[in-house]
Every structure is written in C-alpha cells, then in structure tokens.
Design a protein around this ligand. Structure first.
Ligand SMILES: [Zn+2]
Length: 364
C-alpha cells in the first residue's frame, strides 16, 4: 500500500479529532521532519503521535497490523522514542537526550520517530531542541507535544508543522463514553465535567461516585423547602461530593509521581528533581477539577429547571406569566449567575447555600 494513506485503525484510539487525524494521515505519505501537536494532555495528541509513528515506521506506510505498526502503537518499537520530562520542567539534559537520539541511525525501520511531551514546560530545553530542528538529521521525525505555544516556544513552533487538538465537542464525548459502556446519565455528567478532554473523561469514569453525584444534584429541587436548614444541608452535601470527585485525579497524580521518581532513579537522581513544583502543579489541577465538578453539578441542576420549561411548553404555547415557567426561568438565571461567581468566590458554601435558599423560595 505504498503511497496510500495509513489505515484508519492506527488512529482509532483518538477521540473526536477528525481534522487532526485527517491531516496526519495525509502528512504520513510525505512527512516533514518536525511536527508540533498543540492541545492539552488528554485531548488525544499523545495517542495520535503513536498512530502517526506507526505510519512512519511501517514498511507499508501504516498497514495497522504488522509488527512495526503494533510495536509503535504499543510504545514498544526500537525506532520510536518517547521523551518525557524528568522533573517539573523539560530540562537541558532531557533535550540532550533528544539530540543524542536524533543523531542515531534507525535500527529496524527506514526512519525513527522521537516524541517529546510537555514541550510547553521546556523553556530551558528550547535552545538545544531548536538547534536540532534547524539542522534536522535526515532519518528522524520529531513529534513535539505542547499544551499551548508559549512565547518561548514561538520559534520552535515556527520550525514545525502544527496540528491542533482542540477540546472535543460534548456530544462526541457523550457518544464515545456510551459506546464504551458508560450509562448515558453518567456519560452526560462526565462530558460536562471534563472540559472536552477525553483523557480527563476516562479518569472520571473510574470515579464510582459519579452517578451518585449526578443524582444528588438532580435531587436538589425536590429537597428544597425554602428553609435555610435544607439549603445548608444540601450545600454541605454537594461540596463533600465535589471533594470526593477529586479522588481519581489524586490517585492518577500519585501514580505519576511514582513513575517520575522511578525514572529519575534510573537516570541516577536521588529523589525527583523539581518535586515541589510538580506537587504545586498537581494541587492547582486538583483545585480546578473540584471547581469543574461544582460547575458541572450546577449545569445539571440548570437542566432540571430548563426541562420544566420545555415540559410546560410541550402541549402548545404556554400562557404568558405561567407561574411554573416563570419560576423555572428565574431559577436558571440564578444558577447561571452563581456559576459565574463560583471561581472567584472564596466562600463556596455560602454561595451555594444562598442559591439554594432562593431556589427553594421560588418553588414554594
Ligand atoms: Zn504496518
């Protein structure tokens, strides 16, 4: 199949990135020496990089079934190298590993592929990378992965063909999750909470609490009786549930620290370089994750009230001033307001409690 595009099966693990996959299948026929995959980790860049590597290493241009294809897809091919940062940032010695690899000859295939992750965290490593990208060794194709093109990365980016991995649309995520066996209501909650990131969604699906959390938020309108007591109890419950939502991410972060520490030891380090910075970054991500869980819950709650408006209108035009519709519209607007205030509000408990009191009064 020389000259043909690589088999689609090489990219079947990439969720909702048709444009990127199309560009890569075309690029694999006559590749250039450097690509920059732009988009947050989890959006599919790393998975796509493995499919692309398979296409470049396979003697048939990516048949999808030979030993080269299987090896590259599984991250186990002598001519595929994945360079991950050995500390909080991509460091000069990481870049030196890249440069040294780039000047080797391929062992098994006609070329070799070097994937470098988290290049946006690589200000110090950029000069060494840049030099290699400007004088590319003939047989090497680089795939650089970056969450974003930072100021420091602009020159490197200009030497690469860029491929964007934007957030995946909600409907695509929901469909993907349900085809992997996730119940529809859970898929909806996970898709809302994941920010269009299939990698995050996959972690969230492992959260045993996700269905219970969705049910808790959906029960809010029925639990409210207009009393401060009921509002306070519910506010406490949803905050506790948002706290539990962070657990799968904490587990994932702990695994990551463990892996990085083990890799650093292999490289002769005592402990993990930049450990504090990594932990700080993890803490920031965990806080954002918790806020996202609350935001997703508020979104689910708004949909409960929104559903009342739709139901009221299902039998024909709703009389103007229909009290139930008016209350539901007002509720959605209160929830929207609270969602906007959430990220910059230091007292979430108070914010939610006051929202719930007002929602309870509307319903009464
Ligand atoms: Zn193959």
């Amino acid at each position: 199949m020389s000259g043909d595009r690589p088999a689609t099966v090489l990219f079947e693990g990439v969720v909702g990135q048709e444009a990127a996959v199309g560009a890569l299948r075309a690029a694999a026929v006559t590749p250039v020496h450097a690509y920059l995959f732009r988009g947050p980790a989890g959006n599919g860049g790393l998975v796509a990089a493995h499919g692309f590597a398979a296409a470049l290493l396979c003697p048939d241009g990516g048949c999808g079934s030979c030993a080269d294809c299987r090896g590259a897809l599984g991250g186990n091919h002598p001519d595929l190298h994945v360079i991950r940062r050995s500390g909080a940032t991509l460091r000069v010695d990481d870049a030196e590993r890249v440069v040294a690899l780039a000047h080797r000859r391929p062992l098994q295939s006609a070329r070799q592929v070097v994937i470098v992750t988290d290049v946006h965290l690589g200000a110090l490593a950029v000069p060494a990378l840049l030099k290699t990208l400007e004088e590319p060794p003939g047989d090497t194709v680089f795939v650089l992965l970056a969450d974003e093109v930072t100021h420091e990365l602009a020159t490197v980016a200009s030497r690469c063909v860029q491929v964007a991995f934007p957030p995946v649309p909600r409907a695509v995520l929901v469909q993907w999750l349900t085809t992997t066996g996730v119940p529809a209501d859970v898929a909806a909650v996970v898709a809302d909470s994941s920010g269009g990131n299939p990698g995050r969604a996959r972690i969230m699906v492992d959260d045993p609490d996700v269905a219970a959390r969705a049910a808790l938020w959906a029960s809010v309108p029925d639990e409210l009786d207009g009393s401060g007591q009921a509002a306070a109890t519910l506010a406490r419950k949803v905050l506790e549930s948002a706290e539990r939502a962070v657990e799968p991410l904490r587990t994932e972060h702990a695994r990551q620290i463990e892996r990085l520490t083990a890799e650093a030891e292999v490289m002769g380090e005592r402990g993990l370089p930049g450990r504090k910075d990594i932990v700080d970054q993890h803490n920031r991500e965990e806080r954002r994750w918790r806020t996202d869980a609350l935001r997703a819950g508020l979104g689910a709650l708004a949909r409960v009230y929104g559903g009342r408006v739709v139901r009221a209108g299902a039998g024909g035009p709703v009389p103007p001033g229909d009290p139930e519709v008016r209350a539901a519209v007002e509720a959605v607007s209160l929830i929207t307001e609270a969602t906007r205030a959430l990220p910059r509000n230091p007292n979430e408990a108070l914010l939610l409690q006051s929202l719930f009191v007002r929602l309870g009064t509307l319903a009464a």
